[in-house]
Design a protein around this ligand. Structure first.
Ligand SMILES: [Zn+2]
Ligand SMILES: [Zn+2]
Length: 402
């Protein structure tokens, strides 16, 4: 774990992406609302029709949603859509690579990532995607060292210092590498931005000027959603991941906001964030850093909800239900030391959890004994079998260790 600049007072964790003002002359011609998610006529417009009419601020929201729909047909979302069911295996850790191993293991349990790796080919012998594919598909049932991870980042001068690194940083770097590797993919995955396609989410922020009451809308796009630990509840109530996520979407204020219409500098302008685009796969990073006196880790447990419905945070209250699919745990009380390991749903038996701790793979008892979760992953409910549904049939090549 590393310390970043996100203090308690910071407004939001992620970068604000300011939309381009309307090309039709500044002020939107329609009320600033997401027409896509209302029952209005606009919701029936084709993307071509939409492109031919004057632009409004809400169009930016529609573009985000259009791309989101296109993504659905490009990747595999269930293991049944893949030709093979790959066995579970550990990865041996020669020194301090648990941060990388846990990220690789977590992402190796996303069907769409595995589909991406299956398709990818290139000539670069240090390519992360190629090395990952070779390891994943050929070291059948056996654990093997992760030297290829450091090699892939040699040119970037990252992850080569022999130090314990932060799993959140590693996760973002891995996703960036996969995005670059997409240039060598065959169609339709050629040049796709995998990180955004799979994990991308969009927040619609509505800021209201206190002087002229004009509402401005800004969209914020990101891939890994950072949620903060909340202040300790005096009653002893343990916060859940849903509490932390809801907290991110609570109405808030932004200081020093300059209204683009009346130019008034707002001491505190109210801002209302809502989730415009729910990701295909939800990746949450729990920021466990405290700055009260000195930088320290907040070790308080967070309850992991088995099911997560984000409708209360959604722009149009539309329901998207996620199910817990995996987590990276940071064991230890300090920021710079400790050990990362991973729990995921088994690729072969999705109704059971497995622990992947370096080279060890074993069945995991319960969601409740994961107190120090650091990265948490949820997949859409419709992509997972129900409790009573038969599991995907294991192909002949399956030599799973479980
Ligand atoms: Zn490659
Ligand atoms: Zn104003």
């Amino acid at each position: 774990m590393t310390v970043n600049n996100e203090g308690w007072g910071a407004f939001k964790t992620n970068k604000w992406l300011f939309t381009t003002p309307s090309s039709s002359g500044g002020r939107p011609q329609t009320p600033v609302s997401n027409s896509r998610v209302t029952d209005g006529e606009n919701s029936l417009e084709t993307p071509v029709k939409r492109a031919n009419r004057p632009r409004t601020l809400s169009d930016r929201g529609n573009e985000i949603l259009d791309n989101h729909e296109a993504v659905r047909s490009l990747y595999a979302w269930t293991w049944n859509e893949l030709k093979e069911n790959y066995p579970e295996k550990g990865i041996s850790n020669p020194s301090v690579f648990c941060y990388a191993i846990s990220c690789i293991q977590l992402l190796s349990h996303v069907p769409a990532v595995v589909r991406f790796l299956q398709e990818h080919r290139c000539q670069d012998h240090l390519c992360l995607a190629c090395c990952w594919r070779r390891y994943f598909f050929h070291a059948q049932g056996k654990s093997a060292p992760i030297g290829w991870f450091a090699d892939a980042f040699k040119k970037d001068r990252k992850f080569n210092a022999g130090l314990q690194e932060d799993a959140h940083d590693a996760l973002l770097e891995i996703l960036a590498k996969l995005d670059k590797a997409a240039a060598k993919n065959p169609p339709p995955l050629k040049n796709r931005k995998l990180s955004d396609d799979l994990f991308g989410y969009s927040i619609r922020n509505e800021v209201q000027c206190k002087r002229c009451q004009y509402k401005h809308v800004y969209y914020e796009n990101n891939t890994v959603m950072t949620v903060r630990m909340m202040r300790k509840d005096p009653s002893g109530h343990r916060h859940s991941i849903k509490d932390l996520m809801r907290n991110l979407f609570n109405p808030s204020v932004i200081s020093g906001y300059i209204c683009t219409k009346c130019k008034n500098k707002n001491y505190e302008a109210p801002v209302k964030p809502t989730l415009l685009r729910a990701p295909q796969v939800l990746l949450l990073h729990i920021s466990r850093f405290s700055y009260d006196k000195e930088a320290r880790k907040i070790s308080r447990p967070v309850t992991l909800n088995e099911t997560l419905d984000v409708s209360s945070m959604a722009t149009a209250s539309q329901s998207t239900v996620y199910k817990f699919c995996g987590a990276i745990i940071h064991a230890g009380q300090q920021l710079d030391f400790g050990h990362y390991w991973c729990v995921t749903r088994s690729r072969r038996k999705e109704n059971s959890l497995i622990t992947l701790n370096d080279s060890q793979v074993f069945q995991h008892a319960s969601l409740h004994d994961l107190p120090q979760s650091y990265i948490v992953m949820y997949r859409r409910k419709e992509h997972l079998p129900t409790e009573n549904q038969p599991q995907p049939t294991a192909p002949n090549n399956d030599r799973s260790m479980i």
